[in-house]
Design a protein around this ligand. Structure first.
Ligand code: SAH
Length: 342
């Protein structure tokens, strides 16, 4: 039971299939079936005998528990995993194609003060196969062109499975999604940002910065006690220098916390001359957190101030407002209903 077949690379799957005494082209068939989100019984090109040989092994899978549709086209899935845990996946429709936002862990241990995903900590890491199945499931009905790993969890806290997923989803024998169409978002695990830089992937790195200095960042992101803002920015510069890729900084605007003109000035100075983009997002209200979003005028003024200082900045369009589409809110509700004190 130890191997999860849907998490293996094509090479590993080929070795595994050969050990079963089967021809290696079977590995390619299996790999492409996983990319199509099929379970063993749904695989039409795998014969009965081989299916019986494979049945004792584990396969990552996701099963829809709830599906919520927003009138703006956003769809949020609450998926049930084989061990009964729940994760969230969101499909967003843009003019340039469909994006799917996937989870990387069940829960999260990073403790950001505005986030619903981390309220009860981390339960476990997702396997590479479970990350793949989220994309594959959505792709069955709505062609996915972009992936953002910005759902529940801290992807760089599940580094090996993340890398495995990135390689598998990019493989032409599988889903074949180009690295430039994939974004990974992190709260700023400096060591892992450097390790990722050394992989030289062409993905986009999003860094959840949310504050221009240690005093404010310490208040809202516990990870900042371990990795200070200056170290994080150094790691980002290292990432840019190795990959040549522009970094996207996420900055959630919270009323009275990080939205002053002084914060905008400090942020502009911090990012001066860097190959980057800033995404401003008024914080989504999470009742357990009680933090309020900045008002429209403050958001616009913050954006203008950064642009005036030549920092490429946009205000993120929010999708899925009617269905609580942001991080962790649906899973949290489900866990509360189940009454399982995670
Ligand atoms: N752990 C990763 C990815 C998951 S969170 C990270 O921290 O980047 C995805 C993004 O949503 C992050 O930028 C996170 O800071 C942001 N986020 C979390 N809760 C939010 C909220 N209530 N309102 C707005 N953005 C939020």
């Amino acid at each position: 039971m130890a191997v999860d077949l849907a998490s293996l690379t094509l090479e590993e799957l080929t070795d595994f299939i050969k050990e079963l005494g089967e021809p290696s082209y079977r590995a390619k068939q299996l790999f492409s079936n996983f990319a199509a989100g099929k379970n063993l019984d749904g695989m039409t090109d795998i014969g009965k005998n081989l299916k019986e040989k494979l049945r004792p092994y584990a396969f990552s899978s996701v099963e829809v528990s709830e599906k919520l549709c927003d009138s703006d086209g956003t769809v949020k899935y609450l998926f049930r995993l084989s061990d009964g845990n729940y994760i969230e996946t969101v499909l967003m429709r843009y003019k340039h194609g469909n994006s799917v936002c996937i989870s990387s862990q069940v829960g999260c241990r990073m403790g950001c003060k505005f986030c619903a995903s981390t309220l009860k900590g981390k339960v476990r890491d997702l396997t590479a196969g479970e990350m793949l199945m989220q994309v594959a499931f959505v792709n069955k009905n709505d062609k996915v062109s972009n992936i953002v790993i910005m759902g529940v969890g801290e992807p760089l806290d599940n580094f090996d499975n993340l890398v495995r997923f990135l390689e598998n989803v990019n493989n032409p024998a599988g889903m074949n999604i180009g690295q430039r169409h994939i974004s990974v978002s992190t709260c700023g695990l400096v060591d892992k940002i450097k390790e990722l830089a050394e992989k030289d992937f062409q993905i986009t790195l999003s860094v959840s910065l949310h504050a221009p200095n240690d005093v404010i960042r310490d208040r809202i992101m516990p990870v900042n006690h371990k990795y200070r803002v200056a170290e994080l920015i150094d790691a980002c510069r290292y990432y840019i220098s190795l990959t040549g890729r522009r970094i996207s900084f996420e900055y959630t605007l919270i009323k009275g916390v990080n939205d002053s003109p002084a914060c905008a000035n400090e942020l502009a100075a911090l990012l001066h001359g860097m190959l980057c983009h800033v995404n401003l997002i008024p914080v989504n209200y999470v009742s357990e957190r009680g933090l309020l979003p900045s008002d429209r005028h403050t958001v616009d003024a913050f954006c203008k101030r950064l642009c005036a200082k030549n920092i490429n900045t946009t205000v993120r369009r929010t999708l899925g407002g009617e269905i609580n589409a942001s991080c962790g809110q649906l899973r949290h509700k489900k866990e509360e209903e189940k009454g399982n004190g995670l």
